[in-house]
Design a protein. Structure first.
Length: 466
């Protein structure tokens, strides 16, 4: 039994599969099938948002075999025909998602309004209230059009599902119809990152483009998710064709830190069986091979590397030889030769393991350096963009102040003119009233004079009559 076990382990080490191993899977999904997604959401880094929608799908009763959440890119006005990919910053310049106007998004399936509701609720719950500004996403450090808030539905705001989005928008964020962002050289993006606003797209016009395998089911930015999610769910998604290589350059996964104490103890029968079962029956794809031993299934018990497993087998054989020596089953010479050969093999195994760990660490450092440079470049672009926006905003404010001053001057002149006109009208009215008063006084004096003459005439007549 030990010989067959060693043969199986060595076969896995050199890339050969034992008899009866599973055949290679059929041809994987096409670019068209991976892009055929009708609904996607975007707000910030898609690593964290994918886990948000994964949990929302579990609340719908979906399992790791039926979840549909996939990270990718969408919302750009530049539509890629055929199998032309949209890539992260490590791709060719004409494939980089932000240059094509896209944002980081998560595509997820919803057959009807009742399935869309928990997804929409989870989306709007991933914002936080900023006093005086409105709703802001939980990772505001990722700014720019590549991280803008957006939702895509079949038909956009005319979709019958749009009502679900409006009902889930409990904080009253602005839902703005979008036609796709354009990133023209030396020009501001046409649809950029705006706080308290969500762009609404028609997914029939602005399709979804899946991201690289590296980005799928990834740890969050600065925090980790369970291994069952980052490895188990991811491996399951690869196996059932939910995710697949897109044709873009793939980042290499970081190797998990292995517990060296597993190499210093004897494996139990259950652990030995699990470790053997966990070994790949076929050679893994290039983008998975160096990163972890079992890319197809999450092992039911803690796993160790092939080197660690081989070391454990050799140590077990040493213990068997020691037991045989005590029982005098084989000769001393045979035992000494086998012990010497095994110790030599152990030294070689440890050296290879150390070299492998060193090479892995070098790869990690190189990847981290590339990531840091890319992040620095992005930060530089964001700073320049922010500077341009601030300058434009300052110009707009200055222009608005100037216009307001001019409007106030015109208003003052107009008010002064009206005041003079009113004064002239009042003065004319006063003069008219004065003339009328003088006329009345003259008439009154004339009447009094006439009365005086009449009185004298009457008195004369009376005197004559007597």
């Amino acid at each position: 039994m030990l010989a067959s076990t060693c043969a199986l382990a060595l076969g896995a080490l050199v890339g050969t599969a034992p008899k009866g191993a599973l055949a290679a899977p059929a041809a994987g999904p096409t670019a068209e099938s991976l892009r055929a997604r009708d609904i996607y959401f975007g707000n910030g880094c898609f690593w964290g948002r994918q886990h948000t929608f994964y949990e929302a799908e579990l609340s719908l009763g979906r399992t790791d075999d039926t979840i549909t959440s996939v990270v990718g890119y969408g919302g750009g006005a530049s539509v890629r025909e055929g199998d032309k990919p949209v890539c992260y910053y490590y791709g060719a310049a004409d494939t980089v998602y932000e240059r094509l106007g896209h944002a980081e998004v998560v595509a997820v399936d919803a057959a009807n309004a009742s399935e869309l509701k928990p997804l929409a609720d989870a989306y709007f719950a991933s914002f936080q209230k900023i006093p005086g500004l409105g709703m802001q996403r939980v990772d505001p450090q990722d700014a720019g059009p590549g991280y803008r808030n957006c939702i895509a539905l079949p038909g956009g705001i005319d979709s019958p599902l749009f009502k679900v989005i409006e009902e889930a928008n409990v904080h009253g964020m602005k839902l703005v119809p979008g036609s796709g962002n354009v990133m023209a050289p030396k020009a501001k993006p046409t649809e950029t990152d705006v706080i308290n606003s969500v762009w609404i797209y028609d997914s029939a016009k602005l399709p979804f483009y899946p991201a690289e395998v590296y980005h799928q089911f990834h740890d969050g930015l600065g925090y980790k998710f369970p291994v069952a999610y980052t490895r188990g769910v991811k491996a399951n998604a690869l196996e059932r064709g939910l995710i697949a290589p897109t044709g873009c350059p793939e980042m290499r996964e970081r190797s998990a830190r292995r517990d060296n104490s597993q190499m210093d103890r004897e494996l139990t029968p259950a652990e030995l069986k699990a470790s053997i079962a966990a070994m790949p029956a076929r050679e893994e794809p290039d983008f998975l091979r160096p990163r972890y031993i079992n890319a197809s299934h999450e092992p039911p018990t803690p796993t160790m590397s092939l080197e660690g497993f081989k070391t454990a087998l050799l140590k077990r054989r040493l213990r068997e030889i020691d037991a045989a020596d005590r029982a005098r089953v084989v000769s001393k010479t045979t035992i000494a030769k086998e012990i010497k050969a095994i110790k030599h093999e152990l030294r070689g195994t440890k050296a290879r393991a150390a070299a492998s760990r060193l090479a892995s660490r070098h790869r990690e450092i190189a990847e981290e350096t590339r990531e840091a440079r890319a992040e620095a470049e992005r930060a530089k672009r964001r700073a320049l963009q922010l500077k341009e926006e601030l300058e434009e905003e300052a110009k707009d404010i200055e222009k608005a102040i100037k216009m307001e001053r001019e409007e106030r001057a015109v208003a003052l002149k107009e008010n002064e003119k009206k005041r003079k006109e009113r004064r002239a009208v009042v003065e004319a009215e006063l003069e008219r009233h004065a003339a009328k008063r003088h006329k009345l006084v003259a008439s009154l004096k004339e009447i009094i004079a006439q009365q005086s003459v009449a009185k004298k005439t009457l008195e004369g007549a009376l005197a004559s009559a007597r």
